[in-house]
Design a protein around this ligand. Structure first.
Ligand code: GGG
Length: 326
């Protein structure tokens, strides 16, 4: 069976780390057909459109998509691409790897981020020179869908339950609905939950990350708090993610375009390669996915490292080291 994979490197270091992940996937004995498409700042400059229709259509029809990074045009690129694959949850694991100098080496978290609404609904206005507004949309249906996924996730993964991070004491209607809906679905499924205000979560996770495991949160909170967790485990070069829908998925590193190092060939490919491992698992290749995870882990511990981790290796050196270990 051939798996059609859309490859959308995007901008900045997306152009460097996405081909690295494709090299890893190509080194496995799986029948993939990769089709590359443009999106982002560069294509917008050229054509006036950040997300060409053919790129959207490709993601909407491929079995899975590997995405790199979006810069200034993130709202026009990554948000519609997540819609193209109908992904309602963004899974963002944040764990410290052996041998990596982490602020909190005991960190082992998974964020389940609502992926369709909240403040990322795209309803913004500039009313006057002085006043701009943003509409935050939270629906019972999207919160339910996320909560059902979270219940299955903790049951399948043998977790004790999950934490809901929200700000319902201030955003009473929106986060109130989110919190109440998620709690009610968890109750129906016999899954334990606890709650934490998202600002308190930011402090508590820095002081003692082991008190958390699976964290379910609204869209913006999931974006920000997972980047915070990246700081605890050694940096954004290490965090993968999977945008999962009922029939397709889009896999991307948590990091963005890193314009400060783009073009130098030294971006850490680990996050994108682990995102590719999540793609493998999504397509049912559990054994191959485990092999990629293990190869990345061993390379991070014993192999060459890119400058973000204190080494002087290139993206290519690290990718080759990972492939050698497969
Ligand atoms: N690969 C992830 C990426 O491009 N991040 C840039 C960004 O701004 N992302 C916003 C988001 O993840 O919602």
């Amino acid at each position: 069976m051939t798996h059609e994979i859309a490859v959308i490197p995007g901008d900045g270091i997306g152009q460097e780390v996405t081909p690295a992940a494709v090299d890893v996937l190509e080194s496995l004995e799986i029948d993939f057909e990769f089709t590359e498409a443009d999106a982002g700042d560069a294509v917008k400059e050229e054509t006036g459109e950040a997300l060409p229709q053919e790129t959207y259509d490709l993601a909407a029809s491929a079995d899975a998509t590997l995405f790199g990074a979006a810069g200034e045009t993130a709202a026009d690129v990554i948000l519609p691409l997540r819609t193209a694959v109908d992904s309602f949850v963004n899974i963002r694991p944040a764990k410290a790897y052996p041998g990596i100098d982490a602020v909190r080496p005991e960190t082992d978290l998974v964020f389940l981020r609502e992926n369709t609404e909240g403040v990322y609904s795209g309803i913004e206005d500039r009313l006057t020179q002085d006043v701009s507004t943003l509409t935050r949309v939270v629906t019972e249906s999207a919160s339910e869908r996320l909560a059902e996924f979270a219940c299955d996730y903790v049951e399948d993964g043998d977790h004790d339950g999950f934490t809901i991070a929200h700000k319902a004491n201030v955003m009473r209607e929106t986060d109130g609905l989110f919190r109440d809906t998620v709690n009610s679905v968890a109750d129906e499924n016999g899954v334990e939950t606890d709650e934490v205000l998202m600002d308190a979560f930011a402090t508590r996770v820095c002081l003692d990350p082991e008190q958390f495991d699976v964290v379910v949160c609204p869209n913006l909170a999931g974006d920000v708090l997972s980047d915070l967790a990246a700081g605890l485990v050694g940096g954004l070069g290490l965090l993968p993610s999977a945008n999962v829908g009922p029939e397709r998925g889009l896999f991307e590193p948590v990091h963005g375009t890193a314009p400060d190092i783009a073009g130098e060939g030294v971006a850490n490919p680990a996050a994108t390669i682990v995102s590719a491992a999540m793609l493998l698992e999504y397509l049912g290749y559990d054994e191959e996915s485990d092999r990629v995870h293990e190869a990345v882990e061993d390379t991070l511990e014993n192999g060459p490292r890119t400058p973000d981790l204190g080494g002087n290796a290139s993206t290519e050196d690290v990718t080759d080291a990972i492939i050698e270990r497969l």
